[in-house]
Each structure stands twice: as structure tokens, then as C-alpha cells.
Design a protein around this ligand. Sequence first.
Ligand SMILES: [Fe+2]
Length: 193
Amino acid sequence: MAFTLPALKYAKNAFSGFLSENTFNFHHGKHLQTYIDTTNKLVAGSDYEGKSLVDIVMTSSGPLFNNAAQAFNHEFYFNCISPETNVQVPEKLLKLIELNFESFEAFKEKFCASAVGNFGSGWTWLMQTGTNKLKIMNTSNAGNPMVDGFTPLLTVDVWEHAYYLDYQNRRADYVKDFFNHIDWNFVASNLKD
Ligand SMILES: [Fe+2]
């Protein structure tokens, strides 16, 4: 069965002062739709037919990997944000962040600095690398920590198309506002024991 555009869990105009409805119209409605359409075209008639998106990301390369991983990464990213600001971090996750980064503030600084400094187009991730082990990683283009055996918990899209309509070249401001809109319940739900 062909992949379809995943619904957003909030209204496209719900993020006043952060991302506009216009950004969602393009980023979700056009960019993500194109990655999904292209994945479907490349999968049709191939050995990948019937496989899950994750399976395709884990086992493909070249254009199929690029489009399937972008489809996965975008759905994940749209789930990482909430119209609510400063959502409370669930206790288990908060303790893990403090264990791995000394304090929540230190984590915030490191994550935002990584995202601002991620050269070109890519993604900045918080990922789980083992029991009680968290790490920040930058990937370029469609890169995803799953292919290195790690569990993605949180991601911010730093491709210019994610923020240019609202922030132009001000990536640092976009990253700061992104951080205030993280859906920490979704992030915590990705933890593995
Ligand atoms: Fe994007």
C-alpha cells in the first residue's frame, strides 16, 4: 500500500509567534508530500514494495533512502512540536537528561548550539545510544540515527525550508523558539528501556 501524508496533530495556525500556517502549507503540504510521492514512485515494482517506512530507511540507499528518510524525519519532527510552550518534561526523561548532560539548561545550550552550527541542510537529534545513555548528533541531508543503531528521541529540522518563510536567515531564533515548543511527552514516549 502506498504511503500517505500523515495528519498533523494540531492546527496549522496554532503556533502564533513561531511557525506560520504558510510554513506548514509548504513544509508539510508540499515538501513532505513530495518526499512521500517520490518514495512511492521509487518503491513501486521494486523489492521494497510492502515494506514499512522504517524498514526502507534501514535498508535502502541513494534516492530511495533520501526520500524515505526525509518522509520519516519530517513526520517525526512534526510530532516533536506542540502549540503549547514549555511543556513539562516527564520525570524519567528529565533525570536521564540531567544524568547525561549535567543539567537541563546545559542540555538546552548544547542542543541549540549543535542545531545552529549544523552546516548546510540537515537535522539535529537527541538520541538514545544505550540504557540510560543519551547523545546529541547532527546529520546532514536526510541522515537519521537509526541507521547507526541508535534510537531517535527528538529532532529539529534545520533545512532552510523549515524556517525561511518566518525567520529568513535567523536560524538561531528559530531553534530557540523550537526548543520552547517541544512536545516532551512525545520525546519521552520514544525512550527504550
Ligand atoms: Fe524539512
